[in-house]
Ligand binder design. Structure first.
Ligand code: IMP
Length: 412
């Protein structure tokens, strides 16, 4: 049984939550590998109940699966404790003890990180989720971060206090520069202690062994990517990106599974493109933006912001296939086109400036495909569109989603 990496092919919000939930029915473990509370992975159950996961892996709805928050993640302990409470109390999910584990190497997001994110946004706006993601990764790279393993050291106040004091010494100078109040280190030590008692039982010092055992014993391991490739810190639309590697390579470092053990990389893309936050978006459409936003419910799952909407960008997706080594594609939200008489796809950029998209138009299918369950029952126009994407990208589309319910997939 394979190790399957799931990556977003656009600017996030492609529908990774639905794919991960679906595949985790037959999985042994699901590992979230990067990012933190900035993510919003949505799963809609068959009775219409909607779950939005921010830090907990989307596999948690399947009771047999073990879920791991991997070493490449940044964990906001306050938000994670709330998310777990909501899942247990409001949604009746069984207490995740024994099913949810956190790597002691994952870094901790605290108040000063969230404030620094806000401060930076007010001076140099990138349109972040203001969840403190960038500043937490900055501390990690600067080697003055706090790790979940430090939180687990409950009895070692003496260990935690100097780490937090050190991190705050520099960061408080920056907060002051942004015109914000300094953060008190004792308060943050207390927050860590409080949350160590809430989350400490999830922090697993033997996580590497667990992951290795599953891989070496041919269990099915799903690596859950967050955000999308165009938000990757290296290959994305820098500086309008997130602060982690969202590609399959990032899923390797973020889980601790070596690249030679990955068997499949599934790229998840929507039939169109969306983007939240600042940054370039060449295929953004003004004429159809409202339609796509309303039909596709394109509002941020974490911030509620309106997503900008546009047509597919095939030249960019071709690059994305390469950067991730994508072996197959899951095509999402195809039904959003149901009421369009025609729609567009960017298949090239002008040779003069290389920046202006050239669009090809497609005929719409003008009927609902929401309840279609086999490929052969799809309208001819839908198949023409699917075949065009496959041959342009030279990659098979193996899963097609035409409505939000968790079981609804056309498999090929
Ligand atoms: P940050 O990750 O909060 O630092 O935000 C950086 C950029 O990534 C912003 O444009 C955000 O809107 C975007 N972003 C972060 N997480 C997600 C996500 O889960 N879906 C879509 N966009 C995201």
């Amino acid at each position: 049984m394979p190790v399957i990496a799931i990556v977003g092919m656009q600017w996030g919000d492609e529908g990774k939550g639905k794919i991960i939930d679906y595949l985790s029915q037959n999985a042994d473990i699901v590992i979230r590998c990067q990012g933190g509370a900035n993510a919003g992975h949505t799963v809609v159950t068959n009775n219409g109940k909607k779950f939005v996961f921010h830090q907990v892996p989307s596999g948690i709805l399947n009771p047999k699966v073990q879920c791991i928050i991997g070493q490449g993640c940044v964990v906001d302990p306050i938000k994670l404790a709330n998310e777990i409470t909501r899942l247990v109390v409001d949604h009746g999910i069984e207490n995740p003890k024994g099913r949810l584990f956190i790597s002691p190497r994952a870094h901790v997001t605290l108040l000063h990180h969230r404030l620094l994110d806000e401060g930076k946004e007010s001076h140099y706006p990138l349109g972040t989720t203001k969840s403190g993601i960038g500043p937490t990764y900055v501390d990690k790279i600067k080697r003055c971060g706090i790790r979940m393993g430090d939180l687990a050291a409950l009895t070692r106040w003496n260990k935690l206090e100097p780490i937090i004091k050190r991190a705050l010494k520099e960061n408080n100078v920056l907060l002051k520069w942004y015109g914000l109040s300094e953060v008190n280190s004792n308060d943050q030590v207390c927050v860590c202690f409080d949350h160590a008692s809430l989350l400490g039982y999830l922090i697993d010092p033997k996580i590497d062994e667990k992951i290795r055992w599953n891989v070496m014993n041919n269990k099915t391991v799903i690596l859950e990517g967050s955000q999308g490739t165009l938000l990757d810190i290296d290959v994305g639309t820098y500086p309008y990106v997130t602060s982690s590697n969202t590609t399959s390579a990032g899923l390797c470092t973020g889980s601790g599974i070596p690249p030679t053990k990955i068997n499949k990389v599934i790229g998840v893309m929507k039939a169109y493109t969306t983007r939240v936050g600042e940054g370039p978006f060449p295929t953004n459409t003004k004429s159809h933006e409202k339609y796509l936003r309303e039909k596709g419910n394109e509002y941020g799952a974490t911030t509620g912001r309106e997503r900008r909407c546009g047509w597919l960008d095939l030249p960019s997706l071709k690059e994305v296939i390469w950067f991730n080594g994508i072996t197959e594609i899951a095509l999402m939200k195809l039904d959003v086109f149901d009421a369009l008489s025609s729609f567009y796809v960017c298949n090239a950029y002008t040779s003069s400036n290389g920046k202006t998209p050239i669009f090809k138009s497609f005929q719409g299918w003008n009927r609902s495909i929401k309840s279609v369950s086999s490929y052969s029952d799809l309208p001819l126009e839908t198949k023409t569109f699917i075949n065009y994407i496959e041959s342009f990208l030279n990659c098979p589309i193996t899963m097609i989603s035409t409505n939000e319910k968790r079981e609804q997939f056309i498999l090929r």
